[in-house]
Design a protein around this ligand. Structure first.
Ligand code: FCB
Length: 481
């Protein structure tokens, strides 16, 4: 391992935060009048998550908000990025709002403010009310309209205290993993549905954004969080591989950036996907709605991708007994192959390549020079252990975070306007299809006792929030508890 740089200093105004999401931490899925979400259904279906884990208890944050806010305060966080569970606010996704759900987040917000921590609220981090899925889910236009009503209720209720609003977290996952590959809830696999979901999520962003603007005007900081892909061509001199990277850029990045920031869908995306859908779900006037100006773009970054043009060998596939494989290729990118990346890797088998962070941020700054950026998620899962001294010496996580912060700093040196960094995650939590088998927290959760244990990364991050300077990675293990 090469030595990780240390000593970089960030501006005083730089926001230090941590992020979580409702379904991943709250538990209490049947309490407080909450309705079922697609993640309850999906995780409750045998075979969908590792060992059948569900979010039923999760980190029990619903019952431990006071304790968790105390941890955040001790960490010196300026801001906390959390998401609001739609099925707590509106159990069926339409109609009556649930006062108990509204109160839960109201208290959370009050307690954060009381602790001197800015609430950064995400309206939707994947826990769609099940009733809306039953009515068609994100491929159905009505879901976007329902989101607009829900969003308006949120801003009307909390506008006096919450100024930073993120409409959606990673609509790429909601659309392509939820409706394309089916590895996330609701687990459907239909390319045309996935692309309809892309559009309706963009529309939902616009409707939610308008609600924020109408209620809060200029006092709002409106954002959207995307997991943009850094997809590099395997052979940069191969036209075919460069074109494979362009395709993924269109599907994963410009399918969201362009309708929101520029008011159109990229022509190459429409062309690439023409055999899957004619995009007739985009109605007159929709792009004016999706094109709701952002105050800041939320960027989630974990790893990079390497792609090449894939030539399908039909005969070989038939001989190998995979005759159906081509039929399952989704959303028009059936000639793109994602290649294994060189390591090192995290426990997710995601490759560690901080240069991708710098590349992504400087690229965004070039395309959208006036758009401030915020790292709304970055972090790593490793197989942590509690040592004999009672501590979790997660040096790999510290190293990962340090390298990525250095990469953010390098992008800022090159002119990217990055306003802050939220580590994923404040605490270990329900990592979707991987259940509790992947730990991303800087605070450990003991899932038997629900005890919170500071990892070395938490002590190290506290130094960062205190000094705005990156301490040496090696210091983490000896920082005082
Ligand atoms: C992101 C999600 C977040 C978490 C991290 C590891 O895609 O937004 O909920 O699962 O990945």
């Amino acid at each position: 391992m090469t030595t990780t740089p240390s000593g970089r200093t960030f501006p005083d105004s730089f926001v230090w935060g941590a992020a979580t999401a409702s379904y991943q931490i709250e538990g209490a899925v049947k309490e407080g009048g909450r309705g079922p979400s697609i993640w309850d259904t999906y995780s409750g279906t045998p075979g969908r998550t590792l060992d059948g884990h569900t979010g039923e208890v999760a980190a029990d944050h619903y019952h431990r908000t006071a304790q968790d806010i105390a941890l955040m305060k001790e960490l010196g966080l300026d801001a906390y990025r959390f998401s609001i569970a739609w099925p707590r606010i509106q159990p069926t996704g339409s109609g009556a709002f649930n006062p108990e759900g509204l109160d839960f987040y109201s208290r959370l917000i009050d307690d954060l403010l009381e602790a001197g921590i800015d609430p950064v609220a995400t309206m939707y981090h994947w826990d769609l009310p099940q009733d809306l899925e039953d009515a068609g889910g994100w491929p159905a236009r009505d879901t976007a309209l329902r989101f607009g009503d829900y969003a308006r209720k949120l801003v009307e209720t909390y506008a006096d205290r919450v100024k930073v609003w993120t409409t959606l977290n990673e609509p790429w996952c909601s659309a392509y993993l939820g409706y394309g590959s089916g590895v996330h809830a609701p687990g459907r696999t239909d390319g045309a549905d996935a692309l309809a979901a892309v559009h309706h999520l963009n529309l939902a962003h616009g409707l939610g954004g308008r609600a924020v603007r109408e209620v809060l005007g200029d006092r709002a900081t409106l954002s959207l969080t995307l997991n943009l892909h850094v997809a590099r061509p395997d052979d940069p001199t191969s036209e075919a591989d460069v074109d494979a990277a362009r395709k993924i850029d269109a599907l994963a990045n410009r399918a969201f950036l362009n309708p929101v920031l520029d008011g159109h869908y990229p022509q190459d995306l429409l062309d690439d996907t023409a055999k899957v859908t004619d995009w007739s779900f985009v109605q007159d006037g929709d792009l004016a709605i999706t094109h709701t100006e952002l105050d800041v773009l939320g960027v989630n970054f974990y790893s990079t991708q390497r792609v090449r043009r894939f030539t399908f060998d039909h005969e070989k596939a038939m001989a190998d007994g995979h005759g159906a494989s081509k039929a399952s290729a989704w959303v028009g990118a059936d000639d793109v192959e994602f290649l294994p990346q060189p390591g090192p890797y995290t426990a997710m088998r995601w490759n560690i390549d901080p240069s991708g962070m710098t590349e992504l941020l400087t690229g965004l700054a070039r395309t959208y020079p006036d758009l401030p950026l915020m790292i709304t998620e970055n972090g790593a899962a490793f197989d942590d252990e509690v040592s004999a001294d009672g501590r979790v010496h997660d040096v790999q996580r510290v190293d990962y975070i340090a390298r990525h912060l250095e990469a953010v700093g390098q992008a800022m040196d090159a002119g990217a306007d990055v306003r802050g960094y939220f580590v994923w995650s404040l605490m270990d939590n329900f990592e979707w299809a991987y259940g509790y088998h992947r730990r991303f927290g800087i605070i450990r959760i003991d899932y038997d006792t629900l005890e919170r244990i500071w990892k070395d990364s938490a002590y190290w991050y506290r130094e960062v929030t205190r000094t705005h300077t990156l301490p040496p990675v090696t210091a983490a293990a000896t920082l005082a508890g």
